[in-house]
Design a protein around this ligand. Structure first.
Ligand SMILES: Cc1cc2nc3c(=O)[nH]c(=O)nc-3n(C[C@H](O)[C@H](O)[C@H](O)COP(=O)(O)O)c2cc1C
Length: 193
């Protein structure tokens, strides 16, 4: 199995980076392969240009998508599974990942007469400052899942898994308690993908 990882965190000095590394170790140890797009490192442009907006909003399939978008689409269509790894920012993915969807999920690829492959699996590994029970109680976890699974991934994948590593704020002691336990889960998710 080939896994395409879309990773989005502005700093290597982060728990999310450790989640990424444990997940990758699991993939490699299980004998599977991966490719990764590290959106901040790539300096991936996430603002839609006017040309891109007009193409998508007019449901146009004209060629001429930018090469960075085509490269991401090629990574998707060459993979069997996709993984998204990011921290929760204001009950969403970081703006950089949201913008990646705006540009890469283009008309004629992800919607309309789609050329996007239906992937076997998708996994979302996100880290959150607040604990998971609190996010659930306020309906915020439901919102995050709805947007990622019910809209962006929807029928573009056969199976999906949404994992939240909550309580990881630097202000919480819980961050240290959870650290190793969560990284084991991330490893296992990579190993059993
Ligand atoms: C701009 C910003 C917005 C955030 N918004 C949320 C939020 O809405 N909900 C939440 O639980 N945590 C939020 N957090 C906390 C991050 O999710 C948390 O810092 C991160 O998961 C901890 O892992 P890290 O060491 O990888 O950054 C936010 C953090 C930042 C910097």
């Amino acid at each position: 199995m080939k896994v395409f990882i879309v990773y989005c965190h502005p700093s290597e000095d982060s728990f999310t980076r450790n989640v990424r590394d444990s997940f990758i170790k699991g993939i490699v140890d299980s004998g599977n392969e991966y490719v990764i797009s590290d959106l901040y490192k790539m300096n991936f442009r996430t603002d839609m240009s006017e040309k891109e907006y007009l193409r998508d909003s007019n449901y146009s399939t004209e060629p001429g998508l930018e090469s960075d978008v085509l490269a991401e689409q090629e990574k998707i269509n060459s993979a069997d599974a996709i993984a998204f790894i990011y921290p929760v920012f204001w009950t969403e993915a970081p703006a950089k990942l949201v913008g990646w969807f705006d540009r890469v999920w283009s008309y004629g690829f992800a919607y309309g007469n789609k050329t996007m492959k239906v992937l076997d699996k998708a996994i979302i590994l996100c880290t959150a400052g607040k604990n998971t029970e609190y996010l659930e109680e306020l309906g915020l976890l439901g919102s995050m899942k709805k947007v990622m699974l019910g809209d962006r991934l929807y029928n573009r994948v056969k199976e999906s898994d949404f994992v939240v590593f909550g309580g990881m704020s630097k202000a919480l002691k819980l961050r240290h308690t959870n650290w190793d336990k969560y990284l084991k889960i991330a490893y296992r998710k990579g190993y059993t993908l």
